[in-house]
Design a protein around this ligand. Sequence first.
Ligand SMILES: Cc1cc2nc3c(=O)[nH]c(=O)nc-3n(C[C@H](O)[C@H](O)[C@H](O)COP(=O)(O)O)c2cc1C
Length: 148
Amino acid sequence: MAQVTIIVGSMYGNAENLALKVQETMQSQGVTSTVLMNATIDDVTKADNLLFITSTTGQGDLPDNIQPVFSQMQAQFPMLTGKKVGVIGLGDTSYGDTYCGAGKQLYALIEELNAALPVPMLEVDACEYFDPWEVAEAWLTTWVTKLR
Ligand SMILES: Cc1cc2nc3c(=O)[nH]c(=O)nc-3n(C[C@H](O)[C@H](O)[C@H](O)COP(=O)(O)O)c2cc1C
């Protein structure tokens, strides 16, 4: 059975709520997962598969709870070769150039770390979707098929 470590970056709970919905849905598809609100580099290196779900705050910045693991990944550069990774970025196009900046920073770093990214990052625009699940459900279905 596939195992996924879900690493969440969230300021006000939207990304966290989405992560819990993702976990519940994957469970019903036979994929077990752990949701981490304060992940560390060890969680990243030990994971079989990784799913990052993060909002963007400030001006294209990572939420406070995911910044530490991002900084550790930048500093220690752990190769993620062989791990399947997905990124869901929550943002708002009304922020212009910094739209989904946190997810984009993560995705770029993960590419550099040589992870398998079988599905491009999902960008969820709060202007378009009141509930991120509306668009995340289909993306997740595709991503989960790539774990097998
Ligand atoms: C203070 C603040 C700054 C934000 N800055 C950005 C930004 O730079 N780019 C972006 O795409 N979205 C930005 N957003 C929108 C959030 O990413 C979006 O509302 C998201 O759904 C919040 O999820 P969360 O509750 O998990 O933090 C910002 C929201 C707030 C409240």
